[in-house]
Design a protein around this ligand. Structure first.
Ligand code: NDP
Length: 453
């Protein structure tokens, strides 16, 4: 890191104690972009980076709700409105007990660059709550969502801030949130994305993050004259992103062999085919069960419980060609990365946000494998949210093929933007630098044009 970058990071660290994920995300961008700042002293003078790490607005609020037994509960709600230089704030809501200010700031910060890469006019934001939807009844989830939206509604709007889903926030939660917004504002607008098809949603939005991630990986392979045929793929998670990653891998000839949740993972060496995938979808989306149940239905597969205190996750030690981490941040550490490389993995495409620790990223880049950072490879979700906003504004619905075609084009364009930026700044083949630099330059240019705001 250059002298300026090191001093900058010292200042960010001093100002944001207790936010390790946010500092990790900022350090990665600063490391990639210091060469850009050396070439563009005007951006340094305009204090662009200093402004980018300071959210435009942070909203923290109380979310009181009542459970089915009549007991009162209080959770904390957040919305980070990070950067609106290129469009309204846009980014998901996460409901998970681990949610805190630092985690949401890291996600909002990443979102700014990711949204810039999509080529669509969207700023960056993120929000959520430490509420745990697991084990709650539909009525409890609804009352929580209504209370959460009662406060959030003051701060969002179709031209201001447009949230979507993330961990713990799927179609059910978006429905309850949208219903309460509509009731409070007496208006039917595209204030959330990920809506149901009958009430303003877009075809392909549920599939978009997983599909987009595999499309991006297919571009990386194609650049080396390769494709997915005959490739064994490790996938973590079993939620929205993991499910549609598995589906698209099957479409393109790959063989997904794993899926996981916070309890452990299943390994099915015969491959998770379409029938097994629909079992996982029913298990996770309808019955809201645990992935361990997979082996009751498919006894030839193995279930491995994962102890979070272990220094590595045995999922990543299974020999394979490709890996798609699609669960959560920092799920691959340095040991896991070494295991992946030793097991023959030559492509890692991140469906989750920041699933690889700095040590792991370093190991992948050093090894020269195809490594796609989440802010590029998982941008298909927010890109299709952008397409949902466009359809809402035009008051029409595009066909499945139309949206899927646009998604595929966007992922191809993001791939090219990463490759070109990496080439231009002398780090060819480094998708981390490519994504950070391309995203940074777009947002920085817009911020400069708009003056000191
Ligand atoms: P879901 O809630 O649908 O699924 C999350 C999956 O990851 C579940 O299988 C969950 O297991 C597992 N998981 C969550 N937290 C942990 C943890 N701390 N340790 C181990 N496993 C965990 O979320 P999504 O699929 O939507 O999101 C997955 C990732 O993709 C996140 O990083 C998210 O930010 C990112 N992402 C999502 C987008 C989207 O459009 N949905 C867009 C871009 C990125 P369990 O059920 O046990 O909790």
């Amino acid at each position: 890191m250059s002298g300026y970058a090191a001093e900058f990071m010292d200042a960010v660290r001093a100002k944001n104690p207790g936010e390790p994920e946010f500092l990790q995300a900022v350090a990665e961008v600063v490391e990639s972009c210091s060469i850009v700042l050396d070439r563009h002293p005007d951006l340094r003078e305009a204090r662009i980076l200093e402004r980018m790490v300071e959210p435009e607005r942070v909203i923290i609020f109380r979310v009181p709700w009542q459970d089915d037994a009549g007991e009162f509960h209080v959770n904390r709600g957040f919305r980070i409105e990070m950067n609106s230089a290129i469009g309204p704030y846009k980014g998901g809501l996460r409901f998970h007990p681990s949610v805190n200010l630092g985690i949401l700031k890291f996600l909002a910060f990443e979102q700014v660059y990711k949204n810039a890469l999509t080529t669509l006019p969207m700023g960056g934001g993120k929000g959520g709550s430490d509420f745990d939807p697991k084990g709650k009844s539909d009525g409890e989830v609804m009352r929580f969502c209504q209370s959460f939206m009662t406060e959030l509604a003051r701060h969002i709007g179709p031209d201001t801030d447009v949230p979507a889903g993330d961990i713990g926030v799927g179609g059910r939660e978006i429905g309850y949130l949208f219903g309460q917004y509509k009731r409070l504002k007496n208006e039917f607008t595209g204030v959330l994305t990920g809506k149901g098809l009958a009430w303003g949603g877009s075809l392909i939005r549920p599939e978009a993050t997983g599909y987009g991630c595999v499309y991006f990986a297919a571009e990386m392979l194609a650049a080396r004259g390769d494709d997915f045929h005959g490739k064994t793929c490790l996938v973590s998670g079993s939620g929205n992103v993991a499910q549609y990653t598995i589906e698209k891998l099957l479409d393109l000839g790959g063989t997904p062999v794993t899926a996981s949740d916070s309890g452990g993972f299943i390994h099915d060496p015969a491959g998770i085919d379409r029938e097994k995938l629909s079992y996982i979808m029913e298990l996770k989306n309808v019955r809201r069960g645990r992935i361990s149940e997979y082996v009751e239905r498919y006894p030839h597969a193995e279930y491995v419980p994962v102890d979070p205190s272990l220094d590595h996750n045995p999922l990543w030690a299974i020999p394979a060609d490709c890996a798609f981490p699609s669960a959560t941040q920092n799920e691959i550490n340095g040991t896991d990365a070494a295991n992946l490389l030793a097991g023959g993995v030559t492509l890692v495409a991140e469906g989750a946000n920041m699933p690889s620790s700095p040590d792991a990223v370093h190991a992948f880049v050093e090894a020269g494998i195809l490594y796609a950072p989440g802010k590029a490879s998982n941008a298909g979700g927010v890109a299709t949210s952008g397409l949902e906003m466009t359809q809402n504004s035009m008051r029409l619905n595009w066909s499945r093929d139309e949206v899927d075609g646009r998604l595929r084009t966007i992922m191809r364009d993001i791939h090219s933007a990463c490759v070109n930026a990496a080439d231009e700044y002398g780090t060819s083949g480094n998708y981390v630098n490519g994504a950070n630099i391309a995203g940074f330059l777009k947002v920085a240019g817009a911020m400069k044009d708009q003056g000191l705001v």
